[in-house]
Design a protein around this ligand. Structure first.
Ligand SMILES: NC(=O)C1=CN([C@@H]2O[C@H](COP(=O)(O)OP(=O)(O)OC[C@H]3O[C@@H](n4cnc5c(N)ncnc54)[C@H](OP(=O)(O)O)[C@@H]3O)[C@@H](O)[C@H]2O)C=CC1
Ligand SMILES: C=C(O[C@H]1[C@H](O)[C@@H](CO)O[C@H](OP(=O)(O)OP(=O)(O)OC[C@H]2O[C@@H](n3ccc(=O)[nH]c3=O)[C@H](O)[C@@H]2O)[C@@H]1NC(C)=O)C(=O)O
Length: 332
């Protein structure tokens, strides 16, 4: 699935010539960063950041512009800045579900590192979009609250998990999600509430995918229930994951969605057509779990895309099933 970055438009003129090296190009202009307490808090835009450093696959060329935001004001201001300069942008978490193009991204990558957490002691957690999802799974399970045990092995952020409606081990993010706060492309903050029916999700789908005026997710509120078995369950899920998935290799988790009821899982289908271990360039189908494609070193996005194409063709030819990608390909 190719992803359209938000607000496709010509690059801004203030950037000057593209640089190969990481180089600061300046902070937000004063007209679009009204709410900072001090200059020190203004996010710094960096030119030429290598996206291979920001994706679990370790693949991708340079971003035209990159900014890391650590609080809501910085995120809102960064989005307003992109809008004012007609700059396309995308929001990024841990890059565990993205395939960046070998040429990079001709826009601004906004990395959320908004890590605040507020808990009420009764299973309600309001967490910033950059909070690591795996840590949230461990933290909540240790505190005896159930519902996010599955998260402890997921290498993404809260923002990415909400956006993808992450799931594993029979649990899904939506089941315990109460509210999501986001900023739209005009820089306005808004909230969607589950009790109002505004968070309808299905398998790996959330209302945020395809939302035309989504800027970026700011925070999510989860309501969990007391569960004495939560910590044991979380440990069991993690142990099983380590046995069945190549967790120590460079991947982006499962590449294909499972086809659905009555069908085998995508991994089983790929194994059945004999493609485990198939290699194109530096990319390889995992020997442990065939729905994982590994960067064995120096893999290009084009290697991964070729492997995806071969897998789809072979599975369709031999089983009649059309596999669909779960990972998001981000074109230049
Ligand atoms: N079940 C499993 O074992 C695994 C699951 N995963 C899944 O992948 C997810 C990836 O998380 P993560 O690595 O953080 O995501 P990524 O950084 O890979 O981003 C994936 C997409 O999510 C969107 N996104 C990320 N953060 C935000 C945000 N703050 N606001 C709005 N959109 C956002 C972006 O959409 P856009 O491009 O439109 O801006 C982006 O393309 C996990 O949470 C999980 O769902 C990954 C690995 C293993
Ligand atoms: C990895 C991801 O999520 C994973 C999640 O971690 C696990 C655990 O709950 O369940 C899903 O995998 P999955 O359907 O392959 O689950 P598994 O339990 O590993 O395998 C299902 C069945 O397929 C078989 N299988 C799996 C892989 C393989 O190479 N060969 C094979 O035969 C397994 O033996 C099992 O009988 C999610 N994948 C999808 C696409 O839904 C991800 O989202 O990135």
């Amino acid at each position: 699935m190719a992803v359209n970055a938000r607000q496709s438009a010509p690059p801004p003129t203030f950037l000057g010539a593209g640089a190969k090296t990481r180089k600061k190009v300046g902070s937000l202009c004063s007209s679009c960063s009204p709410s900072f307490g001090s200059e020190d808090q203004a996010p710094e835009f960096v030119r030429g950041k290598l996206l291979s450093e920001l994706s679990t696959w370790g693949i991708g060329g340079a971003a035209r512009l990159f900014v890391e935001v650590r609080n809501r004001e910085q995120l809102v201001s960064s989005i307003r800045h992109c809008r004012e300069h007609n700059l396309k942008f995308l929001a990024l978490g841990k890059g565990s579900n993205c395939l960046f193009d070998d040429r990079g991204f001709d826009g601004c990558v906004i990395l959320s590192r908004i890590n605040d957490m507020h808990e009420n002691g009764c299973g309600r957690y309001r967490v910033g979009s950059g909070y690591p999802f795996n840590l949230l799974g461990i933290h909540t399970s240790k505190q005896g609250f159930g519902g996010l045990e599955f998260a402890s092995g997921i290498p993404g952020t809260v923002g990415g998990a909400v956006f993808m409606n992450a799931g594993a081990d029979g649990q899904e993010t939506i089941e315990v999600l109460e509210a999501v706060e986001f900023v739209d492309t005009n820089g306005q903050t808004r909230e969607l509430l589950k009790k109002q029916g505004e968070l309808a999700c299905s398998y790996r789908k959330s209302p945020f995918q395809g939302m035309p005026d989504l800027g970026a997710i700011l925070s999510a509120t989860f309501q969990l229930q007391p569960c004495p078995l939560s910590r044991d369950r979380q440990r069991d899920y993690l142990a099983r994951r380590k046995q069945t998935q190549p967790v120590n290799e460079r991947s982006a988790g499962c590449v294909f969605r499972n086809p659905g009821k009555g069908c085998q899982s995508a991994g089983a289908l790929i194994e059945a057509v004999g493609l485990k271990g198939l290699r194109i360039g530096g990319a390889k189908v995992s020997e442990l779990h065939a729905n994982f494609l590994i960067n064995t070193g120096g893999a290009k996005a084009s290697d991964v895309l070729s492997l995806i194409s071969v897998i789809k063709d072979r599975v369709r030819a031999e089983s009649g099933i059309q596999l669909e990608q779960e990972v998001r390909y981000i074109p230049y």
